[in-house]
Design a protein around this ligand. Structure first.
Ligand SMILES: Cc1cc2nc3c(=O)[nH]c(=O)nc-3n(C[C@H](O)[C@H](O)[C@H](O)COP(=O)(O)OP(=O)(O)OC[C@H]3O[C@@H](n4cnc5c(N)ncnc54)[C@H](O)[C@@H]3O)c2cc1C
Length: 484
């Protein structure tokens, strides 16, 4: 069934509209979000609308230890019922596109947040860019480019264009079949890349905010509810307390963090997520690869080669005509190859790395139509396993929010597998939370979202979805609509 979500105060709000408490949060544009949902929106109970004295007694999790913990699934549900602070502070765990877009939207609505991210070299998560001096060699080693299909993401991207953070990638891209047959894609829809790579884009996204604090590198290892707040820590070191927390990452790390957090519904949804594994091979070649022919492409989705699903000339993509040094190529395996050759990503055995490198370079020869072992030896290589690369199923809901536990989830997987999906999810969660905050948290039931949605398989390329470049992706994006 369809759950209509519309807003008077922000982009996304659960219907029916509720009177807003005057607050620091500003009103903005009116937008409607239609979400395919399998769960019925819960009606507020009388008690939820008007807290009774008994519900007040159980409020304020941890205060005088009068808290309520309900046995649900394998762990107990945390219920915060003290009034939400008038000056709330949100803790966002994960500084990829979703977490950053969420922080950005919260900032625009006057809500302060702190973003925690593990990144040693910078923010961005799967928006990684590797630069190797002194040449320099440059590679985007996960997200390669993005397209825009949604007007809200389009607005964000227009702002990035104005600030000089992204530009259009005019290089030719298309499909490459075994033996070197290349079919170019039309130049529309436009493709975008970060200036100097995706990581610099991620690192610049929050530079104009005033209410966002970034803590990096930091690996949040524990969430604990106490005294009406979420207490975050990193291996025993306190990292602050927050009125609301947002999990903006996924995979094993998130499952571990949520395992004993007191958020069983959120933990269960996260556990349903399935992720592919993808090998990345970064390789620099002294001479241009022999891909001339009719088309000198800069990026190609490879068809029919087990060890290769994507190849892109990253020095041409990022440096253009200024790239007169070695050619830096990023190659990605298929998800099937990733699965066949899966090892712990933090500890890749040398033999596996060697085998994968050889297998992928052989895949390049097969794809471009070169005789076996005739490809020039790269002057630099590095293999990396993205063990939790891309979602293969999705609940098709922009965000998940547990109002009792005052916790939300955003991430690409909630809508699909792309930077656009990640950004839309982050924005949706921020807007939904702002509406929750404006309500004062009096009728939490009304703000529960995505806690019971079923998952369905996700289609698209092995490295994600690029709306407009493939018909199947259109169907994914039809599952929700954002209309002004
Ligand atoms: C190989 C590959 C190629 C891709 N190519 C494209 C492409 O060309 N175009 C496209 O649009 N998309 C592409 N994608 C998908 C795209 O990168 C993702 O959809 C998007 O970056 C996801 O953003 P996110 O914020 O949801 O998650 P992430 O980017 O994964 O961000 C999560 C962040 O949380 C951090 N984190 C995790 N646990 C903790 C913790 N406990 N404490 C603190 N921080 C934590 C992580 O380190 C990470 O920085 C690709 C992905 C891969 C793997």
């Amino acid at each position: 069934m369809t759950t209509l979500i519309s807003s008077s105060s922000s982009s996304f709000i659960l219907q029916p509209l509720k009177p807003s408490k005057p607050s620091i949060l500003s009103n903005s544009d009116f937008l409607t979000l239609t979400i395919m949902s399998t769960s019925q929106p819960k009606r507020p109970t009388k008690n939820a609308q008007k807290p009774t004295s008994s519900s007040r007694k159980r409020s304020s999790y941890g205060t005088s230890r009068r808290s309520i913990l309900k046995k649900t699934f394998s762990q107990e549900q945390v219920t915060f019922s003290a009034p939400v602070s008038g000056d709330p502070h949100v803790g966002i765990i994960g500084g990829g596109m979703a977490g950053l877009a969420c922080a950005l939207s919260l900032d625009q609505k006057g809500v302060k947040s702190t973003v925690f991210d593990t990144g040693i070299h910078g923010l961005g998560g799967r928006m990684g860019t590797r630069i190797i001096d002194p040449q320099p060699l440059i590679f985007d080693h996960a997200a390669q480019f993005f397209t825009v299909s949604d007007s809200r993401f389009g607005q964000l991207v227009d702002g990035w264009l104005e600030r000089g953070l992204v530009r259009r990638w005019e290089g030719m891209i298309g499909e490459l079949e075994v033996g070197g047959r290349f079919v170019p894609f039309p130049s529309s829809p436009p493709r975008y890349v970060g200036i100097n790579g995706m990581r610099p884009l991620a690192d610049s996204l929050l530079t104009q905010t005033s209410l966002v604090n970034v803590v990096r590198p930091c690996w949040i290892s524990k969430l604990e509810p106490f005294n009406g707040m979420w207490h975050l820590s990193e291996n025993g070191k306190p990292r602050g307390q927050f009125d609301i927390i947002i999990i903006a990452h996924n995979g094993k790390c998130a499952n571990r963090l949520l395992g004993s957090s007191g958020l069983p519904l959120i933990a269960r949804q996260m556990k349903r997520l399935e992720l592919s594994s993808i090998w990345a091979l970064l390789a620099a070649f002294e001479d241009p690869l022999p891909i001339g022919g009719e088309f000198t492409f800069e990026g190609a989705f490879v068809k029919g080669v087990d060890s290769l699903s994507w190849m892109a000339n990253n020095s041409m993509k990022l440096l253009g005509s200024q790239s007169n040094g070695p050619q830096c190529w990023t190659f990605f395996s298929t998800a099937a190859y990733g699965k066949q050759n899966k090892v712990p990503q933090e500890n890749i055995p040398t033999a596996t790395a060697e085998k994968v490198k050889t297998g992928m370079l052989h895949g390049v020869e097969t794809a471009v139509g070169l005789p076996k072992s005739s490809l020039q030896k790269p002057l630099y290589t590095r293999v990396q396993l993205w063990g939790a690369a891309l979602p293969t199923n999705t609940p098709s809901i922009p965000c998940i929010f547990d109002p009792h536990g005052r916790a939300g989830i955003c991430g690409d997987w909630l809508l699909g597998s792309s930077l656009e999906c990640a950004a839309l999810s982050g924005m949706a969660l921020a807007n939904h939370m702002v509406d929750y905050l404006q309500s004062g948290g009096v009728c939490p039931e009304e703000f529960a979202v995505g806690l019971h949605n079923e998952f369905r398989p996700l289609e698209g390329h092995d490295i994600g979805q690029f709306p407009g470049l493939e018909s199947t992706e259109k169907e994914e994006f039809q599952s929700y609509q954002l209309t002004p």
